[in-house]
Design a protein around this ligand. Structure first.
Ligand code: ATP
Ligand code: MG
Length: 203
């Protein structure tokens, strides 16, 4: 057997083994229900991943709700697109009551609460297949919202509904109740090399 043939046989054996293990886990995964997903970590890619899932769901004609807990000065492209071209998506952004620099804690809390009311209604709506709660984690880290109330609403949502929460941190409670938790790890970010945030890429 040539060395190429040997490599080929080794690869085939490894692939067969992997296929067996994948088939076994597919057979074992027999629960059908909505999934709770937390996208966290310091790297870039959480919100854009969540909006990728919005697109994925819309492809199947699923009903989607999006609530954004921090609205930047500059609207992101995906926000503009969903707002203007996806009227079928229930879309709510925290109003101007909240900004990073007002340092008006009570106004921020009021804005967070009224935004949460929208999210809570979506989490109770069996007509929605997917609910995205973008940057919700900060409402917990700033102690603007009651953690237990959020955990309860997520856990008691309709069985077929999936929910995606994005944002750095998030705490143990949230991690514990979610089914899938992914951490986007920063290896490097263009910004730190002096490259300006780019339209259509960063926002
Ligand atoms: P994206 O919206 O691009 O998916 P994200 O949701 O993971 O990013 P956020 O913390 O919400 O990240 O910040 C959004 C903005 O901040 C984006 O413009 C993104 O490029 C930028 N950003 C994200 N992570 C970093 C980082 N580690 N250093 C510098 N800028 C970052
Ligand atoms: Mg984000």
């Amino acid at each position: 057997m040539s060395s190429d043939e040997k490599k080929g046989a080794k690869h085939k054996a490894a692939m067969e083994k992997q296929k067996k293990s994948v088939d076994a886990s597919i057979a074992a995964a027999d629960t059908e229900r909505g999934v709770g997903i937390l996208l966290t970590g310091n790297g870039k890619g959480k919100t854009s991943s969540a909006f990728g899932m919005v697109l994925r769901a819309l492809g199947y004609g699923h009903k989607v709700g999006v609530v954004q807990f921090i609205k930047g000065q500059q609207l992101s492209g995906e926000e503009i697109y969903v707002r203007d071209r996806c009227p079928e998506v229930a879309f709510y952004q925290m109003g101007t009551g909240f900004t990073w620099d007002t340092q008006d804690r009570s106004a921020d809390i009021a804005a967070a609460r009224s935004t949460w009311e929208q999210a809570k209604a979506m989490l109770a709506d069996p007509g929605l297949d997917l609910v995205v709660l973008d940057e919700l984690t900060y409402m917990l880290s700033f102690d603007y919202l009651d953690e237990q109330e959020i955990l309860d609403a997520i856990q008691n949502r309709p069985e077929e509904q999936s929910v995606v929460v994005t944002g750095r941190g998030g705490g143990k409670g949230l991690r514990d109740i979610m089914d899938t938790v992914s951490e986007v790890k920063e290896i490097k970010h263009a910004y730190n090399a002096g490259i300006k945030a780019r339209r259509g890429v960063d926002y």
